[in-house]
Design a protein around this ligand. Sequence first.
Ligand code: UD1
Length: 423
Amino acid sequence: MDSIRITGGTELNGTIPIAGAKNACLTLMPATLLSEEPLTLTNAPRLSDIRTMSTLLESLGVEVSSLQNGQVQVLSSHGADRHRADYDIVRKMRASILVLGPLLARDGVAEVSLPGGCAIGARPVDLHLRGLEALGADLDLVEGYVHARAPRGLRGGTFEFPLVSVGATENILMAATLAKGTTVLKNAAREPEIVDLADCLTRMGAHIEGAGSAEIVIEGVDRLHGATHPVVVDRIELGTYMLAPAITGGCVTLEGGRLDLVEAFAAKLDEAGIAVSESAAGVTVSRRNGRVSAVDVTTAPHPGFPTDLQAQIMALLCTAEGVSVLEERIFENRFMHAPELMRMGADIEVHGGTATVTGVKRLKGAPVMATDLRASVSLILAGLGADGETTVSRVYHLDRGYERVEEKLSACGANIERVSQDD
Ligand code: UD1
């Protein structure tokens, strides 16, 4: 198992290219099941989660060709005639549940194992199931599998989400494109990944209005066709690398970055005393003079502060002047990075969904362990700013969501390398 070794304390200066969004790509790929014609995704990120989704789709009979070193994915569901998503693949990645809606919409039948994914709380899929029931699906849970049937096809319906769910909105949105009649989704997720999915489905011939707002209206069509769609830039990778110069000092431009994707996050950086600007080249971040100030952060569905950047901003706030209070409102048990940051000298108290961070002057390098995807990158960020050497082990989590982290950071002057176990 690889680990990442960092010697901290170096300013970062330069340019980091931001890839296409993992979470967008993982929902765009299953959309191929809605059409017999090929779906071509450009600007795809090169990540192990994307390979896992390819394997899952291939197990359903989809042909997947990865071109240009993985940056272009061509998917064809022409011969896809299988309907069972096996536990062995699904358990590796929660986004696997996103094949359920498309399979059901196309063929009226699907069997999908209940998913696994990061260990950040219970993460049920009840909303995915209730939304599909609102479109007329019959669902049963049999030995860990969702058995879904809609023998006469799905029909449009109205579904109001009792709480905002990105994945459930995506699943039901995809299913509704081929349902008979009109579907209205209320209290829908508004994340940029939903807008990207709706754009792609529209290119495939779907009739969708309101994506990006809390109410999405979908007029079902008989069939969708092929399309080529560029994956939206990854706002979480963008936010993560925006924190690197904020922590180390220096000035870094995030190529392709767009501030409209990370408004709530960028506002917090500004409040903390970090200079953020946007130009045609992307987003540029540098530290203003002096120590960063403490800020309070509460995670919320988009356009609020993203839960997927909570661990990373905590790494910044560990050395801020004053006390920061971080409230995690999306997932329980999403502070597993806190005890690891404390090994590096951070002063953090966690009570339930609240972490109180009292800034210390410097962190000290230490051996730490990655517990989930975003936690692992927060430890890397902390290590970049810490005195001495930090080794982050169990980085397989990292490879699920960040491509070439060591390369991207070392190009800006970071002292970072990957160490494989036999080294
Ligand atoms: C997606 C992202 C994940 C990100 C999260 C929030 C993908 C592949 N994953 O996850 O990286 O952290 O959005 O931005 O895009 N919930 C239920 N029942 C459900 C579904 C969700 O109770 O059926 C709850 C969850 O436990 C959580 C909240 O709703 O408390 C939001 O979850 P959701 O938005 O669905 O997150 P994911 O789609 O799993």
